[in-house]
Design a binder for this molecule. Structure first.
Ligand code: ACO
Length: 368
């Protein structure tokens, strides 16, 4: 079976926009390769910093070791912390997901740090400061440069040190969702980078595209759905009614995958390892099984399987990250991909400028 793009391909389905050495998604096999390795072999074995070293190297920057990346990110977190008053100035009163956007846009060059390190290092500092500001205006937690990126992110987000198991689970999450082919936010970042605009503009564009519920805005609604269902007896009536109203079930379906998203299983395993009493995997499995069956009934010709966001929601909740911060935490991971793609695009790519099919009025004969 091959996936046929619509004709004409509105939505750019199946149209290659760039060559990339960074990641590859095979939607029929359910395979994701990041920096040359299958995603399942990365999580838990390669740290976020290790993966970043590989991605930035593949994008064309001078090779750095995992330790070098770790110390750049630690320095970038500290610098972002010092600049927080300026970074957060335009975001007062906005929900966390929206407040993250102007803060990213306010980033700028830092002496002695590459722009990609500035952006990736700043992301958890901003996300954590916004979480703390939303929680009764608490002061931001100062980054700890001795910690790895994931452990420090969790510590700053929660205001207390994370256990080794929790830090490892967040690290595995950051690695699993660090990059994913030409997804909508990466494409947005590459479009901006293709104009030779700077790294901060590209990363901000990526984040803007991520926030929508069809992309990275889905995990919070996944959790709301699980809460609203509440008990096993309510699964069938809830799902059936939502589909009858024409609603989309968050955490299911994907533009590319026609089988289960391989990241779902990686994250499910991480939730199992955590064995948190906040994560009811038995209930989640029942919801997942019924939703898949109901989606098969509704769209028998279009495979709609579980995507990464279903288990993202359960994992981030088990880590006690507030749900309002789920999309910025996704961005903490995806800044890896956006920065690498922006570098690759601006070094080897071409101005991205697609065309459109004009369906508007035409001038009268005498006007042309
Ligand atoms: N629930 C119910 N129906 C769905 C779902 C869903 N989750 N996903 C697709 N469908 C239906 C559509 O309504 C459509 O039905 P129709 O032909 O009767 O109108 C059919 O399946 C085909 O849908 P498309 O719009 O062609 O699918 P597309 O490839 O554009 O959508 C998307 C992919 C946006 C992810 C979609 O599956 C969706 O909205 N899912 C829910 C949101 C979500 O989980 N987003 C996170 C995605 S993962 C990520 O970005 C990190």
């Amino acid at each position: 079976m091959t996936i046929q793009p619509p004709n004409p391909p509105i939505g750019l389905d199946g149209i290659p926009a760039a060559e990339t050495a960074l990641s590859h998604v095979d939607g029929l096999k359910g395979e994701l390769i990041i920096a040359g390795a299958p995603v399942a072999s990365l999580a838990g074995r390669v740290s976020f910093e290790g993966l970043l070293a590989r991605l930035w190297g593949l994008a064309g920057v001078e090779a750095a070791t995992e330790d070098e990346v770790r110390s750049c990110l630690a320095e970038a977190r500290l610098r972002a912390h010092m600049r927080l008053p300026q970074l957060l100035a335009a975001s007062a009163g906005l929900p966390i997901v929206d407040a993250f956007r102007p803060a990213l846009a306010a980033l700028g060059p830092e002496l002695g740090l590459a722009p990609e390190a500035v952006a990736v290092g700043a992301a958890p500092v901003i996300a954590a400061a916004l979480v703390r500001r939303a929680a009764e205006n608490q002061e931001p937690v100062r980054p700890d440069p001795k910690l790895g990126h994931a452990a420090d992110a969790l510590r700053m987000l929660r205001g207390e040190p994370a256990s080794a198991a929790e830090a490892a689970a967040l690290d595995a999450y950051l690695v699993t969702v660090a990059d994913h082919g030409m997804n909508a936010s990466t494409f947005a970042a590459r479009v901006v980078a293709s104009t030779q605009a700077n790294m901060f503009a590209a990363v901000t564009a990526g984040y803007c595209a991520l926030t929508g519920p069809l992309h990275g805005g889905a995990p919070e609604p996944v959790l709301e759905m699980l809460d609203a269902i509440g008990t096993p007896e309510r699964i069938a009536p809830f799902v059936d009614a939502a589909l009858a109203r024409g609603e989309r079930l968050m955490g299911f379906g994907h533009r590319i995958y026609r089988v289960r998203d391989p990241r779902a299983d990686v994250l499910k395993r991480e939730v199992e390892k955590l064995a948190s009493n906040r994560a009811d995997l038995t209930f989640a499995a029942k919801v997942e099984a019924y939703a898949r069956e109901a989606l098969r009934r509704k769209n028998p010709d279009r495979a709609l399987e579980t995507n990464v966001e279903f288990f993202t929601a359960i994992l981030l909740d088990a880590l006690r990250i507030p749900r309002a911060a789920f999309t910025p935490v996704f961005a903490v991971a995806r800044t890896a991909g956006w920065t690498a793609h922006a570098i690759e695009q601006s070094r080897r790519g071409r101005l991205l400028r697609p065309s459109s099919i004009y369906i508007g009025p035409m001038p009268a004969d005498g006007e042309r």
